[in-house]
Design a binder for this molecule. Structure first.
Ligand SMILES: Cc1ncc(COP(=O)(O)O)c(C=O)c1O
Length: 397
């Protein structure tokens, strides 16, 4: 008999771990390493939210809450959806979970049956395929290339649909590519979803972080069909710099929300009561904080794109959302660094690390030709990091 179940055995270990562990070791040895790897804002949670959490403790808001979240938070989330996305939901449509990752896990498990297909645009956020596999579903990848600004077309999705397709996982603004789908592109995808009768799980966790005149559109708002067939995923992690607080949420048709809520009542139960209390406060304010964070990211984004697009052998498209740049480095493959052949995103990242710059290999996101860089570090560090990346590339023979 196996110690570990077949299902869990199929889950891929994190491919980024090796680079991160090596970078950490180098830092501990006193070697300077610029890390472009982080997936969270380098801002502290705003003070008004921290004060609210303290108040929750002071008033003894420390007990179980309803498994699917407090009524106050659900009401605040409904208000957010209406104001930001033009979506009218009731608390019965909402489930609050311990982070958006948990919301995604529950959403996928709730609608995907064994053997059903889930379309995932690739490059993708690395958790999606693993959650689909855990649910017994089959991943069908559709390629988003640098030439098409790392976006898939409605036609590609239509071509990928079969009679087994259950849903599409859409992520805009996107991790890892920083791409943002326009209103027209979202509408085209919605038409295909309706024609094919599929669901969309729309991960909108980076919705507040868009630049260069881009706007975020929720596919759920496109039509009645989409409203009834979309599970919107969002949370406070990225918008309010609250990654450690673990509050994510979803909006779904009521029958699905009810099923998710009862599943959650047997798995994690309610998300932390104190974090829920503070999230109500977060959602009720924060416009200034978000604007400031967005402005800072935008300055770094512009600088980074300008520098990266000038590097010989590197192809990139302008990232317009989230806080990542994704660069195609495959033209450099086949060269050597210190005698080692660079022929994959992992060997590229390993070589660059020797020059003191930690990058995330694209293979982790399903694209072995590319590298992800986060701009969640200071402009000064970004400058130094790109200098080192350039020097690494110049040394390739
Ligand atoms: C695309 C995407 N979705 C969801 C999440 C998960 O967010 P949370 O920290 O709320 O679980 C992340 C976090 O990195 C992400 O990048």
């Amino acid at each position: 008999m196996n110690n570990v179940s077949e299902k869990v055995k199929s889950i891929a270990p994190s491919l980024t771990l090796e680079i991160t562990a090596q970078a950490k070791k180098m830092k501990a040895e006193g070697i300077s390493v610029i890390g472009f790897g982080a997936g969270e804002p380098d801002f502290n949670t705003p003070e008004y939210i921290i004060e609210s959490a303290k108040k929750a403790l002071d008033i003894g808001f420390t007990k179980y809450t309803p498994a699917s979240g407090t009524q106050e938070l659900k009401v605040a989330i409904c208000k957010k959806f209406e104001e930001d996305n033009g979506l009218k939901y009731e608390p019965a449509n909402i489930v609050v979970s311990s982070g958006a990752k948990a919301s995604l896990f529950h959403a996928i498990s709730a609608i995907v049956d064994e053997g059903e297909e889930v379309i995932i645009p690739s490059p993708y956020w690395l958790t999606y395929p693993e959650l689909v596999k855990l649910a017994g579903g089959k991943c069908v990848y559709v390629s988003a290339t640098v030439e098409n600004d790392y976006k898939v077309t409605a036609k590609q999705i239509e071509d990928a649909c079969t009679d087994k397709t259950k849903c599409l996982i859409l992520n805009s603004p996107n991790n890892p590519t920083g791409s943002v789908y326009s209103k027209e592109e979202i509408e085209e995808i919605a038409k295909v979803a309706e024609k094919k009768g599929i669901y969309v799980i729309s991960d909108e966790i980076y919705e507040k972080l868009v630049y260069a005149g881009e706007k975020h559109y929720s596919i759920a708002s496109v039509s009645d069909y989409m409203y009834d067939h979309t599970i919107v995923i969002n949370g406070v992690s990225k918008s309010y710099a609250m990654t450690g607080w673990r509050i994510g949420y979803l909006a779904a048709p009521k029958d699905i929300a009810k099923a998710i809520s009862s599943m959650q009542s047997h798995t994690t139960s309610n998300a932390c009561s104190i974090a829920q209390y503070a999230s109500v406060t977060a959602l009720e304010g924060g416009a200034d904080f978000i604007a400031q964070m967005q402005k800072t990211f935008d300055e770094r984004r512009k600088y980074m794109f300008e520098r990266l697009s000038k590097i010989e052998g590197v192809t990139c498209s302008e990232p317009k959302g989230a806080f990542y740049a994704f660069i195609n480095v495959s033209k450099l493959y086949g060269k050597t660094f210190e005698g080692e052949v660079v022929d994959s995103s992992m060997t590229f990242a390993k070589g660059a690390l020797k020059k003191g710059v930690a990058l995330i290999p694209g293979v982790a996101f399903g694209d072995d030709n590319s590298i992800r860089l986060s701009y969640t570090i200071s402009l000064e560090d970004i400058k130094e990091g790109i200098d080192r990346l350039e020097s690494f590339i110049a040394d390739l023979k």
